[in-house]
Design a protein around this ligand. Structure first.
Ligand SMILES: [Zn+2]
Length: 109
């Protein structure tokens, strides 16, 4: 098995066993409704997540990175169309800062 086959196999297995973050967040609202809520995600949602976002009533999706490189990936084209047709607002997060420095030192007593 060459490295390309390994990557394909991992990708296939990932699709079979992984719950995407968007679905996981909606399912873990602790019985609170997601209707009218904002959903913050790192990656732009795929078409499968878009369907669940729409059904849950989420009103806005804020993402940081859009995976599709051009308009050729049908998964993300469909996702954009679905969210748009359902009236779910979508916007890319615009960070105010390029980084957040964290100082690891104990507080002064
Ligand atoms: Zn997804």
């Amino acid at each position: 098995m060459d490295s390309q086959e390994v990557v394909r196999m991992i990708s296939f297995l990932g699709q079979s066993y992984v719950v995407h973050a968007e679905v996981n967040a909606i399912l873990n609202t602790n019985h609170a409704s997601a209707a009218g809520q904002k959903l913050y995600v790192t990656m732009f949602p795929c078409n499968e997540c878009a369907k669940i976002i729409i059904q849950s009533g989420v009103s806005e999706v804020i993402y940081f990175v859009e995976k599709r490189i051009d308009n050729s990936d049908h998964v993300y084209v469909a996702s954009h169309k679905l969210l748009s047709m359902a009236g779910v607002k979508v916007r890319r997060h615009q960070p105010q800062m390029a980084q957040i420095p964290i100082k690891f030192q104990e507080p002064r007593k």
